[in-house]
Ligand binder design. Structure first.
Ligand code: PEP
Length: 248
């Protein structure tokens, strides 16, 4: 039985003052939630997340991690630094990193590996663009993105990792994949892992991300291979995020 995970991705939003109410409300509202809950906040707010969420059942994490362990990499933040702030999760390969910051499949695999080495749980994002979906190559794209990480790290480490399927055309657009569309790709992802290791495939948490809201979460999370969600916009409003957590 896979416990569902609902992870918020605040992206580049927030301020110390505004975060406080949101963190407090999520902390209180998630108490007793049957799903695992996490918030991935901007780096400067990790200390605040730790201070407010510490001791609760809401974990916190980062939205990226450097592929490098330390050194002359101006602007980068290492996995060990995230571990210093007791992060549990680090998102890697988000489509905004891939498309706006040049994170290639190889870079994403290196970041995934760096997160694991620091004891973090990477949330590996994969997903196709609209043109790739329309060209009928969704499965090829997702498989290529997974294979880059499998080739570098192997399948066994996915006992300590999470995969998030995020169709790029559904992120922040209000256009959600239908439960059937999402389930089809989730099943394909699980089948890819089953080729490597049936046990890993069975236990792997595969989140769906892309315009998830309290109103569509239950149907998405009811699909057999959807194990929770990676939530962008709706994670910025406590009631919306908690509604999604309740659906999980
Ligand atoms: C995301 O940023 O990963 C995401 C899924 O965003 P949204 O929920 O806003 O579509």
């Amino acid at each position: 039985m896979r416990v569902k995970l609902v992870a918020g991705n605040w992206k580049m939003h927030g301020s110390l003052a505004a975060n406080l109410g949101l963190l407090d409300a999520v902390r209180a509202g998630a108490a007793g939630c049957k799903a695992d809950v996490a918030l991935c906040v901007p780096y400067p707010y990790l200390a605040q997340a730790r201070a407010v969420l510490g001791g609760s059942n809401v974990a916190w994490g980062a939205q990226d991690v450097s592929e490098h362990a330390q050194g002359a990499w101006t602007g980068e933040v290492s996995g060990a630094m995230l571990a210093d702030f007791a992060c549990r999760y680090a998102i890697v390969g988000h489509s905004e990193r891939r498309s706006f910051f040049g994170d290639t499949d190889a870079v994403v695999a290196a970041k995934f590996s760096a997160a694991l080495k620091a004891g973090l749980t990477p949330i590996l994002c994969v997903g196709e663009t609209l043109s790739e979906r329309e060209a009928g190559i969704t499965g090829d794209v997702v498989t290529r993105q997974l294979d880059a990480v499998l080739a570098k790290c192997g399948a066994a480490v996915f006992s300590r990792a999470v995969v998030a399927y995020e169709p790029v055309w559904a992120i922040g657009t209000g256009r959600t994949a239908s439960p059937a569309q999402a389930q089809e790709v989730h099943a394909l992802i699980r089948a890819r892992f089953a080729l490597e290791d049936a046990g890993i495939a069975a236990g792997l948490r595969i989140l769906y991300g892309g315009s998830v809201k309290a109103g569509n979460a239950a149907e998405l999370f009811g699909q057999p291979d959807i194990d929770g969600g990676l939530i962008g916009g709706a994670s910025l409003i406590a009631a919306d995020f908690l509604g999604i957590c309740a659906a999980a």
